[in-house]
Design a protein around this ligand. Structure first.
Ligand SMILES: [Zn+2]
Ligand SMILES: [Zn+2]
Length: 425
């Protein structure tokens, strides 16, 4: 494998995906181009409804938004044939079957961007070098553009080594990691049901360039909640008693949610991120919509936070005589890296000798829905791990000035390829 040439290719790919960011469940251009490339490499690709359990989908935009984004993807260079195959659902798996008996190794790469405006000043490299986002309000400010490139690089590296491998490798390109939306529906479709090993990796996360983390742990279980209050509109002066005030119910709920008692079993987070309500100054507000999230260090703490949040929402609705519709827009669980896989990965990565430092573990303090895949694989006796690929970054994750150190991508490819080869030889 010519890693110098591959590195140039990865940077080119990453900059292309960076320029055309797509948010959760709308990764149509991204998904179609990945599918085309992996099929051309010789992978067996399944995509769209073949890899998504529609009954388990969370937080997917309306059909109208989907249709509009498919059109945008086409106008921005999506592969029309691959796009049609998706049937409106992003996500794909690409499998290489060596034909020889051996383990099934699954690797997860996420594809979505963040809903944040990219910085347009010349001190921001993507702007200066001409690959900043062309999609208003969307930016690859979590580094998933680098993840996609790394996934494509791993695909090339493993294909070039296929004669030496045994078993199967399955590359999972997941939609909607942001907001923990995409993994659950792929997991429920069974994409890791036969996997003996599962690996995921994130770039950056507070770890500098030159460092590889073997066991990124501390993911908080989370639920993303959408709450819609519906009341009755009325003249605010002539007949306020005839109204039912959804705005007040939502305000009461906001204060109630932020004052739920903490749990002695571990860290807990509750946040009301948005609240939109009302129609006019002199009208009793008949509608309020809230976006909320709850998180917990353990499944028990997370379930406590979620169930108390639901009670607060229902209680607030009852106080004001309005209805509330509560739905889950995303969910993630906790995870633990499998010690044996951490050990094997450590051997492979140290042997490569390309990292200045290899760390045993790190603490995330955020949430990640690859935890669903990890849990499913471990529940049937397989092993799972989440790696951290250190990268100097120019701003925090999810900030419009975020940029990664592109030089670490090739090291990420080499690490994942080396670990996979060790498991499959
Ligand atoms: Zn993120
Ligand atoms: Zn991310």
């Amino acid at each position: 494998m010519d890693y110098e040439e591959l590195e140039r290719e990865l940077i080119h790919l990453r900059r292309d995906f960076h320029a055309y960011p797509e948010s959760a469940w709308l990764e149509f251009r991204t998904c179609s181009l990945i599918s085309r490339r992996l099929e051309a490499l010789g992978y067996n690709v399944k995509s769209g409804l073949e890899v998504i359990d529609t009954a388990s989908v969370m937080g997917r935009p309306s059909e109208e938004v989907i249709a509009r984004n498919i059109q945008r993807a086409l106008s921005q260079g999506a592969d029309p044939g691959q796009l049609t195959r998706l049937q409106g659902y992003t996500g794909l798996t690409a499998e290489l079957d060596t034909g020889r008996p051996g383990p099934v190794v699954a690797l997860r790469f996420d594809m979505d961007c963040v809903e944040v405006q990219e910085d347009t000043s010349s001190s921001h490299r993507p702007e200066r070098e001409g690959f900043s986002s062309v999609n208003t309000g969307l930016c690859h400010s979590c580094g998933h553009d680098a993840h996609v490139s790394i996934g494509l690089g791993v695909a090339e590296a493993l294909m070039s080594e296929r004669e030496r491998l045994r078993g199967k490798v399955r590359l999972i390109f997941q939609p909607g990691e942001e907001g923990c939306r995409g993994a659950y529906a792929m997991m429920m479709k069974g994409v890791v049901d036969d996997a003996d090993y599962f690996m995921a990796m994130h770039i950056g996360m507070g770890v500098p360039s030159g460092v590889f983390v073997l066991n990124a742990a501390g993911w908080l279980a989370t639920a993303k909640i959408d709450a819609e209050f519906s009341g009755v509109p009325a003249h605010a002066s002539a007949s306020p008693e005839k109204g039912r005030n959804a705005l007040l119910a939502a305000c009461t709920a906001t204060l109630g949610l932020h004052s739920i008692a903490p749990h002695s079993g571990g860290n807990m987070r509750i946040n009301v991120g948005t609240l939109n309500a009302g129609t006019g100054r002199n009208v009793i507000a008949d509608h309020a919509a809230m976006r909320i999230e709850t998180r917990g260090e353990t499944q028990e703490v997370a379930e406590y936070a979620y169930s108390r949040a639901v009670e607060v929402l229902k209680g607030s609705a009852m106080m004001y005589g309005v209805d509330v519709d509560i739905s889950k827009a995303g969910e993630g669980t906790t995870s633990e890296g499998s010690p044996e896989l951490v050990r094997v990965a450590g051997e492979a990565v140290r042997e490569l000798g390309i990292f200045g430092r290899v760390e045993e573990s790190s603490h995330a303090g955020a949430s990640e829905d690859a935890t669903w895949f990890m849990r499913r694989v471990q529940s049937h006796g397989g092993q799972a791990v989440y790696f951290g690929l250190g990268s100097d970054i120019t701003a925090p994750h999810h900030n419009g000035r975020f940029d990664v150190d592109e030089a670490v991508m090739i090291d990420g490819v080499r690490a994942l390829a080396a670990i996979t080869e060790r498991l499959m030889s």
